[in-house]
Design a protein around this ligand. Structure first.
Ligand code: SAM
Length: 290
């Protein structure tokens, strides 16, 4: 009989202590605190909003108790999530793919910032896709949805059907989501270090698929809400090891967060936003299909 793999909150603590050292206790407390929120303003809505401006189109906190109007006037999310959509730098000329899109906060951010343009929002889970459609319908008028398509593919195999088709791809990958884990003692009881490793395999396969689906000269934003380097820098590093001759890393200064080897990470012990990891990758011009 094989030995039982160690699991549970103590193993979890040890794993992240090794990464974050003396910073870990404070970071862990910040991850357990209630989430900070921002209001992403809906440019298609006339309903009133109020509050302190964080950035263009974004207010700090909840604008009112509840979104109102038809379509709704604002969407609540973590300000760090808005930055990953913004890092795409998508204009109305770009054909954009949001590969793992539900519930849809970042899809809204992409469209709100540019107002027009072709967008494909993909989500594998049927239930989550239903939620995604509901979000789109509540925030984007039907006449503005003509260029928006909802799909339900397994994005790891998208590259088998379509190559070099999009100018911008947001890959907000499924991840360990430690903030949620810390909120659910049952899940934490079951946590094993192998979980992050397994997710990193899925994340790499999504990222390498995205690269094939991207047009030369196009941009991928890879993001996760994980604080595990295995799911962040190590995934991007693997892409650079395998495809480094056809891609380049884009360094853009973000209004939040700290630089990592291949991107930036926004951690809640410094300002309350996040966690969110963001890496910006561009495909060189003149690359043959990978
Ligand atoms: C981090 S969540 C996305 C959050 C979303 N971007 C937002 O801001 O609202 C990752 C999503 O990827 C979906 N997913 C997981 N594996 C997938 C796959 N192979 N292909 C497409 N979507 C996948 C999950 O169901 C989940 O909804």
């Amino acid at each position: 009989m094989g030995q039982k793999k160690p699991k549970g909150p103590i193993v979890f603590d040890k794993f992240y202590e090794e990464v974050y050292k003396e910073r870990w206790p404070e970071l862990k407390e910040a991850m357990k605190a209630s989430k900070k929120i921002a209001s992403l303003l809906n440019p298609y809505s006339d309903a009133e909003t109020k509050g302190d401006k964080l950035w263009e189109g974004v207010l700090e906190g909840a604008s009112f108790d509840k979104p109102s109007g038809d379509p709704f006037n604002y969407y609540l999310l973590d300000a760090a999530s808005i930055l990953s959509a913004r890092a795409l730098g998508a204009t109305s000329e770009h054909k954009v793919l949001d590969m793992c899109a539900a519930p849809g906060g970042k899809s809204l951010a992409i469209q709100f910032f540019r107002k027009e343009g072709e967008l494909v929002v993909n989500e594998l889970s049927r239930d989550r896709r239903t939620r995604l459609r509901r979000v789109l319908d509540s925030y984007i008028p039907s006449e503005k949805q003509e260029n928006i398509r909802v799909t339900g593919f397994d994005a790891t195999t998208w590259c088998l059907h379509e190559k070099e088709a999009f100018d911008r791809i947001l890959l907000d990958a499924p991840c360990s989501s430690e903030r949620h884990l810390l909120e659910s003692p049952d899940k934490l009881e079951d946590w094993k270090p192998g979980r992050s490793k397994r997710l990193s395999t899925l994340q790499y396969s999504l990222l390498s698929s995205a690269l094939q689906v991207l047009r030369p000269g196009g941009r991928i934003v890879y993001s996760t809400c994980s604080i595990s380097p295995l799911e962040n820098d190590r995934v991007v590093e693997k892409l650079f090891k395998k495809r480094g001759d056809s891609i380049k890393l884009i360094r853009e200064e973000l209004p939040l967060g700290e630089e990592t080897e291949f991107g930036s990470i926004i951690l809640p012990d410094r300002g309350g936003w996040g966690p969110l990891y963001i890496s910006i990758i561009e495909k060189n011009h003149g690359e043959e299909s990978l």
